[in-house]
Structure formats: structure tokens, C-alpha cells
Design a protein around this ligand. Structure first.
Ligand code: BDP
Length: 327
């Protein structure tokens, strides 16, 4: 082959490979509900950065924060349908779609956050992941969302009777509505973005969330009594559309998982700091922090939520028992 021909060929091959790698580059879009500076927001931005780095630019993720692409239940459907590729979701609103994932929404199922992570790292976590994947959502890594407690604008909650008659906002999941109803309250499922206004105008009396969300949303300004019931410890995921992920080569899948794991490590560290900072901030702003000495009455009052759930989903009893048996 003469020099001229071979250099022409080389040029053609180079051009072709550039075209094919340009074709291979994927542009993903990601959803997140939280504001700038929130641990999850920072960690999802880190995930995007790591994705580009670890996939050698083959996957580029553009993040949309602050719930700008829709409410969480909407975004869950969008990721399942492939209209969005990635998101940071709370498992609460995923429960109605993936039955296995709903076990984490049973009140008091986890002893504490470390217990939750031990469960997620074991067989029960695998069963939850598989259940989600079967519904089109693959969890790549788990984020910390602390524990959720009750707050309202008028009084400390010390016992289930204190919730009686209160209208309490919950996330979109019948288990949470059942939980409030068992306490004698009126559950009001509502999008996260609407809760501030609803608290302010008295459409609801109270809500429940972790310290960072209670603070970042400004709910503490309009509902100044926070009572540490810690009745729900719900994990969050970096979730990816199953088809998008399954279409990747094994190497790319590894790169994506690594990026997610590193993002989660960062999120958990940021979360620990933010929980303290948020608590200190709201208390300094005048919030009444109420420790609940005995949480057993809440657990007992919420027990029918388990019974109803297991009666409707008998096949999930072994999963619930596996979680309860996890040390
Ligand atoms: C926050 C979660 C977020 C939920 C929100 C809520 O991080 O995903 O949308 O609670 O209560 O703690 O809706």
C-alpha cells in the first residue's frame, strides 16, 4: 500500500471512529427535588461530574434541581418511561409502584439509620432492588434521609392522642395516610412544593420530615413545634431508567455504579453535617424542639398499618421478617 493511500485510509478510519464515538455519547437528564446546597443536590452534581469522568465522556448528565421537571410522583413515572434517565428519589413514593420497596415505608421498621443501611446492603436490600428494577427503576446507590418526625404550628406532640384531629400532610403513599389515620389524624397527601403554603394558610395543621427538609423548605417558619417521633426512616436512591442502564456495556455499567457509590459516600457525609446544622439553625430561629420520651405508644398505635399491609401482601411477610431479624 502506498503512503498516500494508507494515510487517506487512516484519515477515514479516524473520522469514522470519531463519528461512532460521537454517536455513542449519551446525554442524560436528571431530576432532583432539593434546593442548592442541600446534601442531595451537591451529591447529584458530583454524580454528574463523576459520570463524565469515569465514562470518558460517553455519558453526560445534566441535572435539574428544585423539582423543576415536576413533582416526585411525576418524575418517578418519567424515569420509568425513559423520558428522564436518572433521579434522586425517596423510596416513599416508589412504594405504591414496587411492592417490595414499600416495606421501608412501614413505620418504625428500622431501628436507626445504620440498621437501614445494613438491611439495604443485605438480602433484603437485594429483594428491594430487584422489585424496583422489575418496575423499570434500578437503584444504583442509597442516600441517607435521616428520620422523619412530626411538626405543626400549635403544639408539641407527645402521644398519639396529640395527633388526633390534626390535618397532617404526607407523601403520596397509602401507608402514610393509614399511619396518620391510626393516630386519629386526617392525612393529606400533597406534593412537597405545596406544603409551605398549605402550612401557612392552615390548609394543613402539620407535616412530617427530617431536619434538613424541615429547614431547607422554610417549614419551620410556619410550623414551629418539632416533636422527635422519628416514626419513619426511609432510604433514598440514585435511580436510573432500567432500559438505559441495561443497554450499556459491562464496563460502562461498572463506571456508572462506581460514580453512584462515590456520590452516596459524599451524600452521607454531607447529610450528617447538615442534620446538625439544620437542627441548630431552626432552634436558633425559635423552634420548640420536643423530645418524646416514650415512642412505644406511637409504635403500638401504628401497628395496624403492618397488619393491614401484610394482610393485603402476604407474600411480603418474609421480607418484613428478614428486615426485623437483621441485627
Ligand atoms: C424529603 C425527601 C424528598 C421528599 C420530601 C417530601 O428528600 O424526596 O419529596 O421529603 O416530604 O425528605 O415530599
Amino acid at each position: 500500500m502506498n503512503m498516500k493511500l494508507s494515510s487517506t485510509l487512516l484519515g477515514a478510519i479516524t473520522a469514522l471512529s470519531m463519528i461512532s464515538s460521537a454517536n455513542a455519547a449519551e446525554n442524560w437528564r436528571g431530576w432532583n427535588i432539593h434546593v442548592d446546597g442541600y446534601p442531595n443536590t451537591v451529591a447529584m452534581d458530583k454524580f454528574a461530574e463523576l459520570l463524565t469522568e469515569k465514562t470518558g465522556g460517553e455519558i453526560n448528565l445534566q441535572m435539574f434541581h428544585g423539582g423543576t421537571l415536576g413533582s416526585q410522583p411525576d418524575a418517578i413515572e418519567q424515569v420509568r418511561a425513559g423520558a428522564l434517565e436518572v433521579a434522586n428519589f425517596n423510596l416513599g413514593p416508589i412504594g405504591p409502584i414496587a411492592a417490595e420497596a414499600n416495606v421501608v415505608s412501614l413505620p418504625f421498621i428500622f431501628k436507626d439509620v445504620p440498621h437501614m443501611f445494613r438491611v439495604l446492603d443485605g438480602d433484603a436490600g437485594q429483594a428491594i432492588s430487584d422489585g424496583m428494577a422489575a418496575k423499570g427503576l434500578i437503584p444504583l446507590a442509597w442516600y441517607d434521609a435521616g428520620a422523619r418526625s412530626f411538626y405543626n404550628g400549635t403544639k408539641a406532640i407527645n402521644s398519639p392522642a396529640d395527633v388526633t384531629g390534626l390535618k397532617v400532610r404526607v407523601m403520596n403513599n397509602d401507608l402514610y395516610s393509614g399511619m396518620i389515620a391510626e393516630l386519629g389524624g386526617n392525612p393529606s397527601p400533597m406534593a412537597f412544593s405545596e406544603v409551605y403554603q398549605a402550612l401557612k394558610t392552615g390548609v394543613v395543621d402539620g407535616a412530617e420530615n427530617n431536619w434538613p427538609s424541615y429547614e431547607s423548605t422554610g417549614h419551620f417558619e410556619v410550623a414551629g413545634f418539632y416533636s422527635l417521633s422519628q416514626h419513619l426512616i426511609i432510604p433514598e436512591c440514585i435511580c436510573v431508567n432500567a432500559d438505559s442502564f441495561n443497554a450499556l456495556s459491562a464496563d460502562m455499567q461498572t463506571a456508572v455504579r462506581e460514580a453512584a457509590t462515590e456520590s452516596a459516600t459524599l451524600q452521607r457525609a454531607l447529610w450528617a453535617d447538615r442534620e446538625t446544622a439544620s437542627r441548630e439553625k431552626v432552634v436558633a430561629a425559635g423552634v420548640t424542639l420536643n423530645e418524646i420520651d416514650n415512642k412505644l405508644p406511637f409504635q403500638e398505635a401504628m401497628a395496624p398499618v403492618y397488619e393491614n399491609y401484610l394482610a393485603a401482601n402476604p407474600d411480603l411477610r418474609p421480607l418484613v421478617e428478614m428486615i426485623q431479624a437483621t441485627e
